[in-house]
Ligand binder design. Sequence first.
Ligand SMILES: NC(=O)c1ccc[n+]([C@@H]2O[C@H](COP(=O)([O-])OP(=O)(O)OC[C@H]3O[C@@H](n4cnc5c(N)ncnc54)[C@H](O)[C@@H]3O)[C@@H](O)[C@H]2O)c1
Length: 478
Amino acid sequence: MPRDEAKSSKSPTTSAKSNRRQFLDTTTATVAGAALAGVAATKAGAQEKADVPKVFAGGSDAIRLALIGCGGRGGGAAVDALSVQGAPLKLVAMADVFKERADIVRRSIGEQFEGKFDVPDERVFVGFDAYKEAIDYLKPGDIAIFATPVAFRAPHFAYAIEKGVHTFMEKPVSIDGPSTKRIIELAKKADEKNLKVGVGLMCRHCDRRQELYDRLQNGEAGELMDFRGYRMHTPAQSPELFPGPPEGVSEILWQIRRFHGFLWASGGIYSDYYVHHIDEVCWMKGAWPVTAEATGGRHVKGKMDDQNFDSYAVEYTFPDGTKFFYSGRHIKNCDQKFGVFGRGTKGAFTISASGHSPARCAIYKGQAEDKDKLLWTAEQPEPNPYRREWEHLVDAIINDKPYNEAVRGAEASLATAMGRIAAHTGKLVTYDGLLNGDYDLTAGVADFKADSPAPVRLLADYTYPVPTPGKFKYEYND
Ligand SMILES: NC(=O)c1ccc[n+]([C@@H]2O[C@H](COP(=O)([O-])OP(=O)(O)OC[C@H]3O[C@@H](n4cnc5c(N)ncnc54)[C@H](O)[C@@H]3O)[C@@H](O)[C@H]2O)c1
């Protein structure tokens, strides 16, 4: 049952916890030695089992990285990777559809990581096929980092698997049923080749949330009754940007640059922003939702036009009837709120209080979330989950441990898409119905070129088609 995958404490992320701790607690010098021992063990294992391919770049002292999608998070992920202590990681190739984006990240990482950075001009690849050139430069057992908008996740992942390269891919990994199925199918192929796959749902790698999960499992909050979450802040982009591409930029590249505004590219702000919160709750609950019902609307748009609502109110229902209420709002001059919470029969609890990190998890005695009613609160400071997810992935690669977060990432992405589509259509969305449906926003992206027609066309009145509940079969079309 895919819904059971939400119980990630049984996932590869934590199943090898003690080994990992051993790896991470050791001094840098010893860890480097252990890493090399890991290579030898992998090679020996591969010799014994002819069908298990080598997963570490044998003959080389470095695991080489290619960064595909060199924006804010791509740069951050590369920094997190290169910061893993005692691991022989080196960034050797970069790819983006905009050269200037790659240049910014290249300059900044080159300055910070001398000795772990070797990306000359000829290894900065530009264009829609740049990911292939960057991955072609890697050897089997190296790592490709995918931090483009989600639309490109499946074709990029497929190519990495074909080339025998491990993957770290940013969330979300899918935005509808068919894209979710593609990732799940590819995950099986990655397993067949013994490739490791990390997904950037870093909250799953948060030590304090893990402790909260264990405490909830031990019944400290009683039986879990309901959950709620909020992401309410000012819009990420200025509402005064006029729609449509500026002179000299193709419509398709414009939509990619402003991917949060276009459902085909990102699943909109709902899929791109809310997936962490939805995944955190599903983890604590130990299940994926079976249905989502939602409302939402567009109230304040300025001159900017995109395909998002600026308010969402969603009710998810889990298989046992437990509810999860999620609210999103992106309007200026309103109260801001960011976090996920729950209530058990014995007391309320905080999964994350005001940001992704630190989580500041807590359990209360009773339902009032008062500081003087605390049963437990997470120790501070907290390890950085963006670093921890890389430590876990690299440990799995070096020590050849089972590690594939792609299916769980796809299921979390599907659960997220349920809420978005329910709000945009005004119809109840089921997990199975969406997964097995034919609504495919990213069909054909693998063949995109800089002058391809954009998946969404600017209308004659200089607006983009907008989801309208009750009007369309899908979000903004039939
Ligand atoms: N885990 C987190 O907390 C977190 C935080 C921020 C972003 N993200 C995720 O990271 C991804 C990127 O977000 P961002 O904020 O860095 O956006 P960004 O716009 O800053 O970066 C995306 C980059 O990808 C490039 N790109 C787009 N399509 C491409 C293609 N087909 N081939 C090569 N390059 C391409 C863009 O030109 C851009 O440089 C998104 O999926 C987002 O959800 C995750």
